[in-house]
Design a protein around this ligand. Sequence first.
Ligand SMILES: C[S@@+](CC[C@H](N)C(=O)[O-])C[C@H]1O[C@@H](n2cnc3c(N)ncnc32)[C@H](O)[C@@H]1O
Length: 205
Amino acid sequence: MSNEQQPEFWERNFTEKREMWGLDPAQSAFKAKDIFRAQGAKSILVPGFGYGRNAQLFRAQGMQVTGIEISASAIAMAEKHYGHSMKIWHGSVTDMPFDEKRYDGIFCYALIHLLGAAERRKLISDCYRQLAANGQMIFTVISKEASTYGTGTLISKDRYEQFGGVTMFFYDRISIEEEFGAAGLEEVSRITEHFPFYFIRCRKK
Ligand SMILES: C[S@@+](CC[C@H](N)C(=O)[O-])C[C@H]1O[C@@H](n2cnc3c(N)ncnc32)[C@H](O)[C@@H]1O
């Protein structure tokens, strides 16, 4: 199943479960905030924005945040919690770019592993293209070490349909190198969120 068929999945989830991950930022967002701050980043793009719990951390540092989010309900929740001053594009990351800006940082949490191979490739190159010189993009992705790896319906190598309709591609260091190696890959480290994740950091040359 292509990600294009998943807007209803996310809309249903946000309508039923509301702030399903709470309002605290993810561990990866704290780490990203320190990296962006050390870099002096002023503008951050957040593809797969959700309801804004991670973006808030960057805004608290004075960074200007722009989002991209497929679920209108998630955007409405973000505006309820954090106001209307952020630009959040309503659409799919597969239709990037939404603007012609170059961002100092990009933070993409738990989104890319939902996409098919061609969509993942396009997202990485679209994000890289939207980075300013020396800018950094950070992706967090689910690892093959997650207990859910191998469950559900196999779609293609390391990709499964699970949880009532969502598809997940499980990464290891080899697939990370294959997909991000040509996009300024500088760091791959483990980080534990709800599942074992990889924290991937790339820099625009
Ligand atoms: C696992 S959630 C993570 C949300 C957010 N990053 C957070 O940590 O709170 C994935 C998010 O990406 C959004 N999403 C899924 N597919 C998308 C797509 N193709 N384009 C834009 N957003 C998408 C979902 O609606 C959801 O908000």
